[in-house]
Structures are given as structure tokens and as C-alpha cells.
Design a protein around this ligand. Structure first.
Ligand SMILES: CSC[C@@H](O)[C@@H](O)C(=O)COP(=O)(O)O
Ligand SMILES: [Zn+2]
Length: 217
């Protein structure tokens, strides 16, 4: 389906939902120093052709303005004529959509995701086991274990994007960038938000567990 075939109403709905998520995450201080980026797909998914709305680069994400988002294609190129620049990390969003067919991708920098990504950075993954909130990823078995992949934080974004395929785990809707932040996704904004909140909760628990263990050993 071409971009022009997607209804204006659907595009407006997506922009409104993204703006609401952005405001909520900003209220949690999840976009310090203009960091972070959000996107939501519009129209049907076809790996050969898809479109999404993404945050414009370098904006203060705690503000709501008419210049917060633009629409891009599967290569991350703006579809309409605009002065806005798509997020510097748009290519990572493109790759996540292409490989998973998901509907929304959220990226935030938080203290806990940074600390945990560095602590487990050399292992290339964060092992998390037996914590109830793993169920937020639709994993219901008792004492389940997941491993959240960690990619190196290269300055060259295409070099990060090309590693996504290697580390993608169908059960785990998230990837950490070392000393940088997390990408979490879902079939829609509701699910991507649930996943992101679960990751952040789990990282905080892990961090505090590590401190407690250090204090008692
Ligand atoms: C201001 S530091 C953060 C950026 O380098 C980047 O990691 C980020 O998340 C935001 O970039 P942006 O281009 O605004 O989407
Ligand atoms: Zn970032």
C-alpha cells in the first residue's frame, strides 16, 4: 500500500497516540537532554514497503509542538517535503520494523538501562530470571529466563543497525545499546509501552539486587 493510500484520519490518530506516549515518558524523565526517539508504523506491514512516523531529531521531547514528528519510508527517508530531520537513530527503527513487523518502537535513555548495559556489557546480554514481570513479554512459564541483548554503541548508526539481525530474539522485544539506552517494541503502542515499562522495572530490580548482594557478601 502506498503512503498516499493511507487515510489522513489514521495518520492523525498515530501522531496523536505518539504525542501522548511522548508526553507520558517525558513526565517520567525518560528523555533527558533531548535523548530518546519514538516511532509508530502507519498502514499495513510489508517488508518491501512500509511507513512510520518518527520523532524529529534533536527536539526537546518534553514539549508538544506541530514539528515533533515526520513520516518516513522503510529506508528512513522523509516522505513529504519538510525541514524536519528524522531521528539520528531512524535506521535502527527501520531495521526493527523490517525484521519483526512490529507496530511501534520506543527508545529511551535511563539511568538504570545505562548502568545495567555497562555492568553486563562484556557478556553481550543481560540474564534475567524468575521475576514476575517477565510475564509482560507474554512468557508465562515458571521461573522463566530471558536474555536481553546488548549491542556496542558505535557512533556510526548503520553499523549498529546491521547487528540487530544477529542478536534478535523472538521472545525478547528489546535490545540495549551499551552505555546508551534501550529499544523496545510491540505490535502497537500499547504493547511497546508495556514492554518498555517491564524492561525498565526489571533493570531497576537487577540493579538493586546487585547492590544488595554486594552489601551482604
Ligand atoms: C542528545 S544525546 C542522544 C542522541 O545522541 C541519541 O542517542 C538519541 O537518543 C536522540 O537522538 P535524536 O536524533 O533526537 O532522535
Ligand atoms: Zn539514543
Amino acid at each position: 500500500m502506498g503512503f498516499e493510500k493511507i487515510t489522513l484520519e489514521h495518520k492523525r490518530q498515530v501522531l496523536e497516540e505518539l504525542a501522548d506516549v511522548k508526553a507520558l515518558f517525558a513526565s517520567r524523565n525518560w528523555f533527558p537532554g533531548t535523548s530518546g526517539n519514538l516511532s509508530m508504523r502507519v498502514g499495513d506491514f510489508d517488508p518491501e514497503q512500509f511507513y512510520f512516523a518518527v520523532t524529529a531529531s534533536g527536539k526537546d521531547k518534553s514539549l508538544r509542538t506541530p514539528e515533533d514528528f515526520l513520516f518516513v519510508d522503510k529506508q528512513g527517508k522523509a516522505i513529504e517535503t519538510t525541514n524536519l530531520k528524522p531521528s539520528a537513530e531512524t535506521l535502527i527503527h527501520c531495521e526493527i520494523y523490517r525484521l519483526t513487523g512490529c507496530g511501534a518502537v520506543f527508545h529511551v535513555h535511563t539511568v538504570y538501562n545505562n548502568l545495567i548495559s555497562e555492568f553486563f556489557g562484556a557478556d553481550g546480554q543481560v540474564p534475567i530470571q524468575g521475576i514476575e514481570l517477565i510475564k509482560a513479554f507474554n512468557i508465562w512459564e515458571e521461573n522463566a529466563e530471558i536474555r536481553v541483548p546488548i549491542l556496542p554503541n558505535f557512533a556510526d548508526i548503520p553499523s549498529i543497525a546491521e547487528l540487530v539481525l544477529d542478536v534478535l530474539d523472538a521472545k525478547v522485544p528489546g535490545i540495549l545499546l551499551r552505555n546508551h539506552g534501550i529499544y523496545a517494541w510491540g505490535k502497537d503502542a500499547f504493547e511497546a509501552k508495556r514492554h518498555l515499562e517491564a524492561f525498565e522495572f526489571l533493570f531497576e530490580v537487577m540493579y538493586r539486587q546487585l547492590l544488595l548482594k554486594g552489601a551482604t557478601s
